[in-house]
Design a protein around this ligand. Structure first.
Ligand SMILES: C[S@@+](CC[C@H](N)C(=O)[O-])C[C@H]1O[C@@H](n2cnc3c(N)ncnc32)[C@H](O)[C@@H]1O
Length: 311
């Protein structure tokens, strides 16, 4: 397997897998079973799953063509460039039946984040892009130059967790910059809002601005909701799902879904008042990385792993 991104220096791994053992150990209940890793990335989790299988099968998905270049040469493995929001159709189109285990390790890979050309980071100057799927029609440039001021404000509040007053100011500054034709690059975006950035928490503030835009560009939360809603239909009974999230918006959706079978977190009752839950959360509290892992891989610090069983 190629763990080294072709556009990066040799010393930079494509991605260091997070919570590797905890995510895989609970997942594999039958070494001859069929498994799906819906976020292949650099393939670290997929590689570990394959190690635990004997004559089982692993299908992996990623919407990014750069991730597809990391494919694993193994006859028990199939990698498909697809969005996991289409999981049910993908499984129907490939005749392996229903999986007994599904893994999702959400968000962006280190490769996407550290590759200046992808425009995900405020540390590098490049075109505003932030698309995980490079064929998608909406880039950060399109969004920032076309969304209404109110839409920008809303996305900063919802996805960046900014106060309304901060979101309003951010949206206003962006609209002013774009009307002067000054919103094409990541550094231009940073300059357009520089006067609003508290210097003591500069990096955290800018990270939230970029995260909010990235979530909207990639429709990350709607893709997650679509995926979760298909899980009860696509996972075999007794099958396990492991999901690693990196911020509270994602984690809340997963937590609610495992608890109640829907993303709102409200238990639905049938005509007779009975509730039916499709999942049993295996760990009541999310599993988080040990301090040792965070030291080795600081990007793991916000990770939360939740594991549930289909009942
Ligand atoms: C955190 S990385 C996964 C890293 C991987 N577990 C590893 O060990 O290298 C997330 C990956 O999921 C992909 N991804 C994110 N959202 C996706 C979606 N909705 N559909 C398909 N792939 C997605 C990204 O392109 C990225 O490569």
């Amino acid at each position: 397997m190629k763990l080294w991104g072709s556009h990066l220096m040799k010393a930079d791994p494509y991605h260091t897998p997070v919570l590797l053992h905890a995510a895989i150990n609970g997942l594999i209940t039958d070494p001859s079973g069929f498994y799906v890793d819906v976020t292949f990335g650099g393939g670290g989790h997929s590689q570990a799953i394959l190690k635990k299988l004997n004559n089982g099968m692993l299908m992996a998905l990623d919407q990014d063509s750069d991730a597809i270049d990391n494919s694993i040469d193994d006859k028990r493995f199939l990698l498909i460039r697809q969005n996991f929001r289409n999981i049910e159709n993908i499984l129907e189109a490939n005749s392996y039946g229903l999986p007994i285990g599904v893994l999702a390790d959400l968000g962006v890979s280190s490769f996407q984040f550290d590759n200046a050309k992808r425009g995900f980071s405020f540390r590098f100057d490049n075109d505003l892009d932030m698309r995980m799927n490079k064929d998608s029609s909406l880039s950060a440039y399109d969004l920032l130059n076309n969304y209404q001021e109110k839409e920008l404000e809303n996305l900063f509040t919802t996805f960046g967790d900014f106060k309304t007053v901060e979101s309003k100011r951010l949206a206003k500054s962006i609209v002013a910059a774009r009307s002067n034709g000054l919103l094409k690059t990541t550094f231009q975006l940073v300059s357009s809002i520089e006067s609003l950035v508290p210097q003591k928490i500069r990096n955290q503030f800018l990270a939230r601005v970029f995260q909010a835009i990235r979530i909207e560009v990639n429709q990350e939360l709607t893709a997650l909701v679509d995926f979760l809603n298909q899980l009860p239909r696509i996972l075999k009974k007794e099958g396990v799902v492991s999901i690693i999230t990196y911020h509270s918006l994602e984690d809340r959706l997963v937590k609610n879904f495992f608890r109640t079978g829907n993303c709102n977190g409200v238990l639905e009752k049938d005509f007779y008042g009975n509730t039916s839950k499709p999942f049993l959360a295996i760990n009541k509290k999310p599993i988080i990385p040990e301090s040792e892992e965070i030291k080795m891989n600081p990007r793991s610090r916000s990770a939360k792993l939740r594991i549930a069983k289909r009942i």
